[in-house]
Write a protein that binds this ligand. Structure first.
Ligand code: SF4
Ligand code: SF4
Ligand code: SF4
Length: 351
């Protein structure tokens, strides 16, 4: 489990267990959920539609054997049911806002009953933007419910009436692979539900989503030119393991993910100019677009590298980086090259 999330989760559990620190614990819970949800946002922003129904670990044991779309649906269907049917005892977000139609989902259940190919088929049908809007709304309303809880609510239990009520909703399949969920939830008190599904359940599925996403990126990068449009080397980049490159639809460069629509302005500009990269552009030395924005920390290093590629070619550039990376890691290399682009170019030429 991701160390940060695991530690936050442990700290949150310990804090909510004591009356004096309960409120602080609930704040930590919201902080943890926010950090986890950011991962979903990044994936939805950066990845193409087809990424959401790929199963790169099909047949494996574990949550990573599912799809990205299924994972989002499953996390938030479970949370919607538990938050609204069990804790708040009001209407689920799926029904109160008619998200089922918008998402184009053929089911209202948690999806536990679906198997391999059914998961892939189901995932293909979903409107990902609507699914993301649903997830956001469920999180928002759950956060409100969680915030309104008092310490004394933690020991609240659920009886046979709740079991019957949940069965009647039809939101949990009666198939053996899913039906156990109702007894499982109703066997917990509110404190137990905070763990599953409001925190640990998210961590497990979002970590699985990261595994899926990283595998998809690695597959996308296979055989693709390792030189990024702005002049970076994907072979030497610290994100190389997890980024599909700006030459594919799986671009998870951190700069791209924070750009409008998840598209890096430099990559877009190169495409519009029908050039291979900024190193082919006659405005390279003075360009202030995207990554070359003067206020951007990496601007000088990227420009130095792009100018080097223009002068000496990609092969020579990759060799220089091999040599530099024998001495320094990615961050230090970029720091050395980035104080001033002419100086960065000189260092590249000297190595
Ligand atoms: S800043 Fe843009 S061009 Fe440079 S590596 Fe990232 S996505 Fe590619
Ligand atoms: S962040 Fe940029 S340089 Fe790094 S792997 Fe992705 S596209 Fe390549
Ligand atoms: S104008 Fe700037 S971003 Fe566009 S191709 Fe030229 S150097 Fe790259």
């Amino acid at each position: 489990m991701d160390r940060n999330w695991s530690e936050m989760n442990k700290a949150m559990q310990a804090l909510i267990a004591k009356k004096d620190t309960f409120r602080e614990g609930m704040e930590k819970l919201l902080e943890l959920r926010k950090s986890l949800f950011e991962q979903i946002t990044q994936i939805v922003t950066a990845f193409p539609k087809e990424a959401f129904y790929q199963m790169p670990f099909a047949g494996a044991e574990g949550y990573h054997s599912k799809t990205l779309a299924y994972s989002i649906w499953h996390i938030f269907r479970i949370e919607d049911i538990v938050a609204h049917e069990m804790i708040a005892e009001d209407q689920q977000i799926l029904f109160s806002r008619d998200f089922q139609t918008a998402i184009c989902s053929p089911i209202i259940t948690t999806g536990n009953e679906l198997t391999g190919d059914e998961i892939a088929d189901f995932s293909k049908q979903l409107n990902i933007q609507a699914l993301y809007a649903y997830a956001r709304e469920v999180m928002k309303s759950s956060d409100q419910i969680l915030t309104s809880l008092e310490y004394s609510d933690l020991k609240r239990k659920f009886g046979e009436d709740m079991v019957e009520k949940l069965r009647r909703t039809g939101c949990v399949s009666s198939k053996e692979s899913a039906a156990w969920l109702i007894e499982y939830w109703c066997g917990k008190d509110v404190q137990g539900l905070i763990r599953m599904p409001f925190s640990r359940h998210w961590i497990m599925h979002i970590e699985a989503m990261q595994r899926i996403k990283n595998r998809l990126c690695r597959l996308a990068r296979k055989g693709v030119d390792p030189i990024a449009c702005c002049g970076f080397s994907c072979n030497h980049c610290f994100l190389g393991e997890w980024c599909g490159s700006c030459r594919t639809a799986y671009n998870t460069c951190s700069f791209a993910t924070i750009s409008p629509d998840g598209k890096c302005p430099n990559a877009v500009c190169c495409q519009e100019k029908s050039i291979d990269g900024c190193y082919e552009c006659d405005q390279l030395e003075t360009c202030e677009k995207g990554f070359y924005t003067p206020a951007n920390d990496g601007a000088n290093a990227a420009r130095a590298q792009a100018v080097y590629i223009r002068k000496y070619g990609k092969k020579a550039f990759l060799k220089v980086h091999d040599r530099l990376h024998e001495k320094y890691d990615f961050a230090r290399t970029q720091e050395i090259l980035g104080q001033d682009w002419q100086e960065g170019l000189r260092i590249l030429e000297e190595n």
